[in-house]
Ligand binder design. Structure first.
Ligand code: FAD
Length: 299
C-alpha cells in the first residue's frame, strides 16, 4: 500500500491531537484543511497513551504510527514558594494568552493573570514572547531575570532588541533563590542573588557563580517561568517498548525517524528536545518517506 492509498482507505490517515482550540484560523488552519481535503481525518481531544494506546491503534487497523507529541512539559525553578498564586509556566501563560485568546476575557471564557510588576525567568525566545505579552496585557513593569550575562542569552538578538524597545528591563547575572508570598498565599516578590561568571561549564558557556552576601529582593505580583520544557511524557510513559533517552526523548534512527517499536516513527521536539518548527517539519517529511517504504516494501 502506498501512502496515497493509505490516505484513501476507509479509516485513512488519522491525526490524534489535543486540544480542539489549537487550530488558529490562519496559515496552520489552511495546512490542516489541505490535509483534510486529501483524506486525513483529525480526531481532536484524544490523548494517545491515555484514551487510546499505540497498540490499540494497531488493533483498530492502522498500519503505521508517527509520534509528534512535542516537548510540552514545562520546567520550573524548584525553589521555595513555587506554589504561590501568581507563578505560572510560560507554556500556560502563552497558551492562555494566544491560543485561548484570554486577552479578550470576559468575551471569552479563559482568564489570564494581568500582573502589574511582572518578572519573567529565562532568556530564550519563549521568555521574550512572555515578557512582551505581559507588557501588552498592561503591566507597569516587566523584568527578565537571567543568571548569566547578555552574551549567553539564548534568544535571538532581534527578539532581545524588540523586547528592550518595548520597555522590558533585563536583570542579568541575577538568580532567584526564593519566592515571597503574602498571608493569602499570593506572590509579592522574590529573593535573588547577584552572580558573576566563572569557568566554562559542559555547555561551553561560562558558569554563573553566586556572589556571597549579594541577596536582594525584587517586588512582583506575577512570575512567568520560561526556563525550558522537557519531553511530553503522556504517550511515552505508557509505551514501554519504545526506547527513550535519559531526558525522556524518543530514540530514533536519525535518517528515517524509526523508533525501536515496530511500525512506529517519531520526530520533532519529542525526539530532539525543544527545537524549531522547521526541524520538526523536516523530521515529518523524512518519516513520511520511510513510512511509504514500509507500506510498500516492509519494515
Ligand atoms: C512560546 C513558544 C514560541 C516558539 N517560537 C518559535 C519560533 O518563533 N520559531 C520556531 O521555529 N520555533 C518556535 N518554537 C518551537 C516550536 O514551536 C517547536 O519546535 C515545534 O512546534 C515542535 O513541533 P512538534 O510537532 O514536534 O511539536 P508541537 O508543535 O509541540 O506539537 C505537539 C502536539 O502534540 C499534541 N500532543 C501532545 N501529547 C499528545 C498525546 N498524548 N496525544 C495526542 N496529542 C498529543 C500537543 O497538544 C501538540 O498539539 C516556539 C515554542 C514555544 C513554546
Amino acid at each position: 500500500m502506498t501512502i496515497f492509498e493509505a490516505f484513501h482507505k476507509p479509516g485513512g490517515v488519522l491525526v490524534y491531537g489535543i486540544p480542539e482550540f489549537r487550530l488558529p484560523k490562519d496559515i496552520v488552519a489552511q495546512e490542516v484543511h489541505f490535509l483534510e481535503r486529501q483524506g486525513v481525518k483529525v480526531e481532536c481531544n484524544a490523548v494517545v497513551g491515555r484514551t487510546v494506546s499505540l497498540d490499540e491503534l494497531f488493533e483498530q487497523g492502522f498500519d503505521a504510527i508517527y509520534v509528534g507529541v512535542g516537548a510540552g512539559l514545562p520546567r520550573f525553578m524548584n525553589i521555595p514558594g513555587e506554589n504561590l498564586v501568581g507563578i505560572l509556566s510560560a507554556n500556560e501563560y502563552l497558551t492562555r494568552a494566544n491560543l485561548m485568546k484570554a486577552y479578550k476575557y470576559p468575551e471569552v471564557d479563559t482568564p489570564i493573570p494581568k500582573g502589574k510588576n511582572v518578572v519573567v525567568l529565562g532568556a530564550g525566545n519563549v521568555a521574550m514572547d512572555s515578557a512582551r505579552t505581559a507588557m501588552r496585557l498592561g503591566a507597569d513593569s516587566v523584568k527578565i531575570v537571567y543568571r548569566r550575562s547578555r552574551d549567553e542569552m539564548p534568544a535571538r538578538k532581534a527578539e532581545i532588541h524588540h523586547a528592550e524597545e518595548e520597555g522590558i528591563e533585563l536583570f542579568l547575572l541575577t538568580n532567584p533563590t526564593k519566592y515571597l508570598g503574602d498571608e493569602n498565599g499570593r506572590l509579592v516578590g522574590m529573593e535573588c542573588l547577584r552572580m558573576e561568571l566563572g569557568e566554562p561549564d559542559d555547555s561551553g558557556r561560562r558558569r554563573p557563580v553566586a556572589i556571597v552576601g549579594s541577596e536582594f529582593t525584587v517586588d512582583c505580583d506575577l512570575c512567568i517561568v520560561a526556563v525550558g520544557s522537557g519531553a511530553n511524557p503522556l504517550l511515552t510513559s505508557e509505551t514501554p517498548d519504545m526506547k527513550l533517552n535519559k531526558w525522556g526523548n524518543v530514540v530514533t534512527d536519525p535518517s528515517t525517524g524509526k523508533t525501536t517499536k515496530k511500525a512506529v516513527w517519531a520526530g520533532g521536539d519529542i525526539v530532539t528536545g525543544a527545537a524549531t518548527v522547521i526541524l520538526a517539519m523536516g523530521a515529518g517529511r523524512d518519516a513520511a518517506n520511510s513510512i511509504h517504504d514500509y507500506l510498500t516494501l516492509g519494515w
